[in-house]
Design a protein. Structure first.
Length: 255
């Protein structure tokens, strides 16, 4: 559970006045058990950076339509239903794709972290983290960054133990990307900047940027880290795993 010294004893506040002062606040939807999300939303509203509302899992679609949040923080409950969290992430992506999504997980669960990213999450966060860390996480994903601890990224990539993440195909085996786009993905997976990729491929930086945006569109992702995670997760199994180098690449991209 997200912890804070004052989370369970936050005094009542005038939400109307608070919202009048928060036109530029980050709109946050907290999804999970009612009592917990109410307490967490109240704690977040103490900070004018956030305009937080809550909903139970069954109310996600209506809450997204009504509030159009910038960020949704999902706590799907216990590990007895491990697919519930990723399922809600997918629902958010369908109903309101502009919303960035954070999934709260039990610590050291790389398989669930992997499923969260595959479902379209922008971040994963341990339930045991502090309220201040949650705030930082929300602000980061709102800026378009991916949030995960170094350990979670390494554990995810260590589990994959896949081949070079450059051959991406659809269900029919047809390549999703052109050869040049695969070259750019390979550079991203190695942790290269756009300028470094441009120098390596003898292209202009502007051309590389165009390739990167095209790759984002074709893979349905929005960040370089997601490109690596998607590509690695789709790569065919190999006798020579590259998880260590891939982990270094993702950590460099996420910094």
């Amino acid at each position: 559970m997200i912890t804070s010294a004052g989370i369970s004893s936050t005094p009542d506040i005038d939400l109307g006045a608070q919202r009048e002062q928060s036109a530029d606040s980050i709109r946050v939807l907290l999804v999970g058990m009612r009592m917990y999300t109410q307490l967490l939303a109240r704690a977040l509203r103490q900070d004018q950076t956030f305009d937080a509302v809550e909903a139970v899992c069954e109310e996600v679609a209506a809450a997204l339509s009504n509030h159009r949040p910038h960020v949704a923080v999902i706590d799907a409950g216990s590990d007895r239903e491990p697919s519930k969290g990723p399922d809600i992430v997918r629902q958010v992506r369908v109903v309101h794709p502009q919303t960035q999504v954070v999934l709260l997980l039990e610590p050291n669960r790389p398989q669930l972290a992997l499923e969260a990213f595959r479902a379209g999450a922008n971040g994963v966060l341990s339930r045991g983290e502090s309220l201040d860390i949650l705030k930082k996480c929300i602000c980061s994903v709102h800026r378009g960054q991916v949030w995960a601890s170094s350990g979670e990224l390494c554990l995810v990539l260590e589990m994959l133990r896949s081949a070079s993440p450059s051959h991406l195909v659809d269900f029919g085996g047809k390549p999703l990307l052109s050869k040049r786009e695969q070259d750019v993905v390979r550079g991203i997976a190695e942790g290269m900047t756009n300028r470094e990729i441009a120098e390596h491929l003898k292209l202009s930086v502007h051309t590389v940027k165009n390739y990167v945006f095209r790759i984002f569109d074709r893979l349905g992702v929005s960040s370089r880290v997601e490109v690596v995670l998607y590509a690695v997760s789709q790569a065919s199994k190999s006798q020579s795993p590259h998880s260590t180098s891939a982990c270094r690449a993702v950590l460099r991209l996420s910094q």
